[in-house]
Ligand binder design. Structure first.
Ligand SMILES: [Zn+2]
Length: 424
């Protein structure tokens, strides 16, 4: 059952667009790039949020994850009930890069024609402000809710996701029954996220003079075969899985191909070692352990093939040489894909809230990369939806921006999602 009109109106009226825009601007003006050399980190943004949230009467807990990198946990025990909804937003932003290429300074929060420009406006300080304002509006409106809301204001989402791991390790996720991941998805309700499997192949041959290749063992044929086989794996996966309606195609992409594996290349030196980095993105239905098996099997097979080929070639030339080629596989990242069922209460709540606020049929989508939600879903089985304001192509670009009308709409959607999810 949907909440009554009167209650909906009360909650929406408690959202002050100026307050939301002001809070976003305040957050954008705090440079929270994790940069140990420049000495910037999430501390300032976290302190600011902690003070602000305490001022609204929330319970606030600040926990240090790493030096200068705290999580802030904002809790509102709204009423008795089993459910706890988490809003998750991160405080870190990526580097602005070459600041001279920005039309508007990255940490000034310039507003031009309904858009706020600056690093983090889109990913994800605007949405972080929207979730805090949504929580505040619900509290101020005086509506009765059953259960609690937790605002997880976490550090280090952009790099190693230390913030969410710490949040889980300390047991905060144990009582969370659903989460809204506040990231720029342009108003779409995203119920799926691609998985990521990243690996390194190291191919060890034997270094030699470029004029005397027979005195060494070249890694190049191994590189060629690996690239070819990775493409074969991709084609097989594409044929088997098809295209996911929200996430698109699975992919096996060799991104870095280096020989020598380290140091400067030279034209007359045949490198003794090469490496290939592969970035595999998966969709629901693919098994990561099965892919790892495929990669391992592929490396062993290629090694055998190349040894045979070298042996045959050496026979042709009538020469002897050791064929001690090695191919090593190291797994660098293993993050599963996530899929939340459309009939989960949090998805139904987000769907209803989006209709209420926009008067439109909600659009559904998928997230191409991993977010903090990946860990909540994978490690704690928490149903997640990822949604928020901001063009999906804009994160990490220069002149990052967010549309302020969409941001206000987002705060309303967040508030009504919680209202629906925690209604008596
Ligand atoms: Zn983000």
């Amino acid at each position: 059952m949907a909440p009554a009109e009167k209650i909906i109106k009360k909650v929406l009226e408690a959202i002050d667009p100026e307050e939301l825009i002001g809070l976003t601007a305040d957050l954008v003006r705090i440079n929270s790039v994790w940069d140990p050399v420049a000495g910037t980190n999430e501390q300032g943004a976290a302190d600011f949020v902690a003070r602000w949230a305490a001022g609204q009467g929330f319970d606030v807990l600040q926990e240090t994850v790493a030096p200068g990198r705290p999580n802030v946990i904002v809790t509102w025990s709204a009423g008795p009930g089993e459910r706890t909804l988490m809003f998750e937003g991160h405080t870190d932003v990526v580097t602005p890069g070459d600041v001279s290429r920005w039309r508007y300074e990255p940490f000034k929060a310039h507003i031009i024609k309904g858009r706020m420009f600056g690093r983090g406006t889109n990913d994800t300080k605007g949405n972080l402000a929207a979730m805090l304002i949504a929580m505040t509006a619900l509290k101020r409106s005086g509506v009765k809710l059953t259960g609690s809301i937790i605002g997880g204001v976490l550090c280090d989402e952009e790099d190693r996701m230390l913030g969410v791991r710490d949040f889980i390790d300390r047991g905060h996720a144990d009582r969370i029954t659903a989460a809204v991941i506040c990231e720029p998805q342009d108003g779409l309700i995203c119920t799926a996220q691609k998985g990521a499997l990243r690996a390194q192949f190291t191919i060890a041959g034997c270094m030699s003079h470029g004029a005397m290749p027979l005195s060494g063992l070249n890694t190049a044929p191994g590189i060629a075969k690996l690239i070819r086989r990775l493409h074969d794996l991709e084609v097989t996966a594409v044929k088997k899985q098809g295209r996911d309606e929200n996430l698109g195609w699975p992919s096996f992409t060799p991104t870095v191909i280096q020989a020598p594996a380290s140091g400067a290349p030279q034209l007359n030196v045949m490198p003794g070692e090469a490496r290939i980095l592969v970035d595999i993105r998966t969709i629901p239905g693919q098994s990561h352990p099965a892919i790892i098996d495929d990669l391992t099997g592929m490396a062993a097979e290629i090694r055998r093939e190349i040894r045979d080929e070298y042996r045959q070639y050496d026979n042709l030339l009538g020469q002897q040489r050791t064929h001690n080629l090695k191919i090593k596989l190291d797994l660098l990242t293993d993050r599963p894909c996530t899929l939340t069922a459309r009939d989960e209460p949090v998805v139904l709540a987000a769907d209803w809230a989006t209709r209420q606020v926009t008067n439109r049929e909600p659009g559904y989508g998928g997230v191409p990369g991993a977010t903090n939600g990946t860990f909540l879903w994978a490690l704690k089985n928490i149903p997640i939806v990822t949604m928020g304001a901001g063009d999906r192509q804009v994160p990490h670009q220069i002149d990052e921006w967010v549309d302020l009308d969409q941001l206000v709409e987002t705060a309303k959607i967040y508030a009504l999602t919680a209202l629906h999810y925690l209604q008596p």
